[in-house]
Design a protein around this ligand. Structure first.
Ligand SMILES: [Cu+2]
Length: 435
């Protein structure tokens, strides 16, 4: 079992959370509550090729196949008999694009149940984990591989033929301090050439990573060492700059965070943030994803009332995505690594264009399970419920969070927060399997 949540960008920030309420322990307990998963079948209109493709929505009939946690659907059959939650729903049916009869509410319920059951936490291959450098004198050295991988967008779709730095999508998060000398050595294990660009950095030209402009392509089996001083602080990225629509679209992307040299200028000191969350979106060959997963396998953001969390939006896709948070404004403090200062602003919907990075701070002042999604609706919800670019900000009351943990494995944070905040949705009152 793995935790899909990114590590805190500052390990020290983790220690500021009350120990009983640490995000990791909450998510573990939530993940343990999950049992059966419900499969969605593939769309009749999906590309009928072996190559990965994306559509505006997943289609098919949730409930058509039951699989064990983390398992694969045994078959893809739109006409399979229903099992699981969808089978007990109201009979009124309508036709999906694939022509299968399916109840709208039952389908939507089934996919939300998968989210509540902690689907993302059960998947292998968690990306965005902080990578520790080795030191060569004062130089921070990062040893990287470029690999073909099998990657799951969620627990029920077939794994896709993806790419990853050090085997994950997103890649490991590289985090350095302004002024550090960085040496990132990339060994190309692919069967095609590539190049790596550190997006947002002011680089020596020969380190810019653009094949045929500043370097030869990194051939299969070859390696290339990128060395530069991290001069531009803030939220940045690294990604392929060769056959990029395909290579970035399939996962050659990661976060490159440069902390300001002055500790007083860092977000934890300057704004008192308690969690530092990297949020990388992508929208092509794996569909609509946040940190390499699509809803319901996206990771919830779990906070405690009073927390102040930082979200670093990074768009590695080919479309703009207006991220909308229910219930709370976002305080937008930096764009592309550059602090906005007096031009900082508040909003509840923030468009993030391809290549952009926006840093936002959210005051967690209203308990509940707040939807957090792209507001281009075909990226987030369709006839059969939510998918793709959707997650939730879960703000727990300290008391309910502590009580949840006292009850231990039976309780998960989203249900707890929603019920605690007065939800009347039946699904939020369904005891988890262990309860
Ligand atoms: Cu979108």
């Amino acid at each position: 079992m793995t935790d899909p949540r990114p590590e805190a960008a500052h390990p020290s920030l983790e220690s500021t959370a009350p120990p009983l309420l640490s995000r990791r322990s909450i998510l573990r307990s939530g993940a343990l509550a999950g049992t059966g998963l419900v499969a969605a079948t593939l769309a009749a209109c999906a590309p009928a090729t072996a190559a990965p493709g994306w559509t505006y929505r997943p289609t098919g009939s949730p409930g058509a196949l039951a699989v064990s946690a983390g398992g694969s659907p045994a078959a893809s059959d739109d006409h399979a008999s229903h099992s699981g939650p969808a089978a007990t729903a109201a009979p009124a049916a309508s036709a999906t694009a694939s022509g299968s009869p399916v109840d709208h509410d039952a389908a939507a319920l089934a996919v939300v149940k998968r989210f509540l059951d902690g689907e993302g936490a059960k998947l292998e291959g968690t990306g965005n984990q902080r990578i520790e450098p080795r030191l060569d004198g004062p130089v921070k050295v990062f040893d990287m591989t470029i690999d073909a991988i099998q990657h799951r967008i969620d627990a029920v779709k077939d794994p896709i033929a993806a790419l990853g730095y050090n085997g994950t999508w997103p890649a490991p998060r590289i985090e350095v301090i302004e002024g550090d000398t960085v040496r990132a050595i990339f060994n190309n294990n692919l069967e095609e050439s590539t190049g790596v660009h550190f997006h947002g950095q002011r680089l020596p030209n020969k380190m810019d990573g653009v094949p045929h402009i500043t370097q030869d392509p990194i051939a299969p089996g070859a390696s290339f060492s990128y060395e530069f001083v991290a001069r531009t602080s803030g939220s940045h990225m690294y990604h392929s700059h060769h056959n990029a629509t395909d290579q970035v679209g399939r996962g050659l992307l990661g976060a490159f965070i440069v902390q300001p040299k002055d500790p007083a200028a860092r977000y934890d000191r300057k704004f008192g943030i308690t969690q530092d969350i990297v949020w990388i979106s992508n929208d092509s060959l794996g569909g609509f994803t946040i940190n390499g997963r699509g809803f319901p396998a996206t990771a919830p953001l779990v906070a405690t009332l009073g927390d102040k969390i930082l979200v670093r939006f990074m768009n590695e896709g080919v479309m703009m995505h207006p991220w909308h948070l229910h219930g709370r404004p976002m305080h937008v403090v930096a764009r592309d690594g550059y602090e906005l200062g007096a031009a900082a602003f508040r909003c509840d919907t923030l468009g993030v264009n391809p290549g952009e990075r926006w840093d936002v701070i959210i005051d967690c002042e209203e308990p509940g399970a707040w939807a957090f999604h792209c507001h281009i609706l075909p990226h987030a919800e369709g006839h059969d419920g939510m998918y793709g670019m959707v997650t939730a900000l879960v703000i727990q009351e300290p008391a309910s969070a502590a009580a949840s943990l006292a009850g231990f494995v039976a309780v998960d944070p989203i249900r707890t927060a929603a019920v605690g905040a007065g939800s009347t949705a039946a699904i939020c009152q369904i005891p988890s399997a262990a309860g």
